[in-house]
Design a protein around this ligand. Structure first.
Ligand code: ADP
Ligand code: MG
Length: 348
């Protein structure tokens, strides 16, 4: 965050935080009148603050998370920016320790940012009351962890595990919905099995059904296929894709699996607590009628104009400390600083 930048360019900023905070049309005028009426206020609060497809469902702006240990500070996120549109399915990749799980924990309302902002489906995650936080975790997000054992209670059947979030949220008609969800994940015939009678892949399918129980806007999955063999992992990933298409649920999946990250429309790479590159894929149809996936890698430019150069570029030109920049008609050139002899002006 750079709060004191007088001439930060504004007009072209992506639709993000500011817009998300605005309640959908129709809410605002009646708000003031109902503020004193607890029932009306409760009804208002339980309404989704952003409708599906209303632009970005997730917006992180300069997100910072610092862990304070005894006499040490670990900066897990250092000014991370990320915008995810409703209905997107994206992969997040990055070396171990780069901040992926920290980001997901914040987006899931399980952890709070030290600075910066994260807004998910209209909820400002740094400013929620405890009541709002509980409601957010139950209704707005679903979580799937890598460890199969962390997703399910061992003494409950598959159906009971799926019912549990609905019980906590006071929903009716739970059993019917639990069975429907188990059917959706291909496990209708395992409803009465406890997790120890299910394979790892089946347990993750049940975990996905649990995550979907209260019809969340966003499913966050932290290496959900990390403990599965590649065939099972492809199945579970296919299921997530199917759910994203069929239900329009926004899905964020942290993964090390190249197979997974290559099959989503967008892969965001995190390096040292910041988004560094994004790979965007689209399908083109060739003259012969064949589908072909075009994949393009972009560096992420943050709102303050910073970008991370890919490590390979930095190494191949031995860029360090400072570089020369030059604005051309349609691009910006970067040169290593090797004294005046190599200055870009003289290359021309
Ligand atoms: P990833 O999921 O990408 O492997 P994490 O988000 O788990 O990365 O961790 C990012 C950094 O924060 C790492 O340096 C890690 O050691 C540190 N970290 C994560 N959780 C904690 C914690 N609870 N206390 C202290 N440091 C932590
Ligand atoms: Mg992790």
């Amino acid at each position: 965050m750079m709060p004191n930048q007088p001439n930060r360019p504004n007009p072209d900023e992506p639709a993000t935080i500011e817009e998300i905070e605005v309640m959908p049309a129709g809410h605002a005028p009646s708000d003031s009148g109902t503020r004193s009426d607890p029932l009306a206020r409760a009804a208002l609060e339980s309404r989704p603050k952003v409708r599906y497809g209303d632009g970005a469902v997730i917006a992180c702006d300069g997100l910072v998370r610092i862990y304070k240990l005894a006499d040490l500070e670990v900066v897990a996120l250092q000014g991370l920016d990320l915008v995810v549109e409703g209905g997107e399915m994206i992969a997040i990749v990055g070396a171990s320790g780069s901040g992926k799980s920290t980001l997901l924990a914040i987006l899931g309302g399980m952890d709070v940012p030290s600075a910066g902002r994260a807004v998910v489906a209209g909820y400002d995650l740094g400013r929620m009351s405890n009541t709002e936080r509980t409601r957010f975790r139950r209704r707005v997000v679903g979580f799937v962890w890598q460890q199969t054992g962390r997703n399910l209670l061992p003494y409950l059947s598959a159906a009971e595990n799926v019912e549990l979030p609905m019980i906590l949220d006071g929903r009716d008609d739970r059993r019917r919905r639990a069975l429907e969800l188990l059917d959706l994940v291909g496990l209708a015939d395992r409803a009465s099995h406890t997790p120890d009678r299910l394979s790892g892949g089946e347990q993750q399918r049940v975990a996905i059904a649990v995550a979907l129980a209260n019809d969340p806007s966003v499913v966050l999955a932290d290496e959900p296929t990390g403990e599965l063999d590649s065939a099972t992992s492809a199945d579970v990933f296919g299921l997530l894709r199917g759910i994203n298409k069929a239900l329009g649920t926004t899905i964020i999946i942290v993964t090390h699996d190249a197979f997974v990250s290559e099959q989503v429309q967008r892969t965001v790479a995190i390096r040292d607590g910041r988004t560094s590159t994004e790979t965007v894929r689209r399908t083109e149809i060739s003259h012969e009628g064949h589908h072909r996936v075009i994949s393009e890698e972009y560096a992420v430019l943050d709102r303050a104009g910073r970008l991370q150069l890919p490590r390979a570029h930095v190494e191949s030109l031995e860029l360090r400390n400072r570089v020369r920049l030059r604005l051309e008609d349609d691009h910006v050139g970067i040169w290593p600083d090797r004294g005046d002899a190599d200055a870009p002006e003289e290359k021309r």
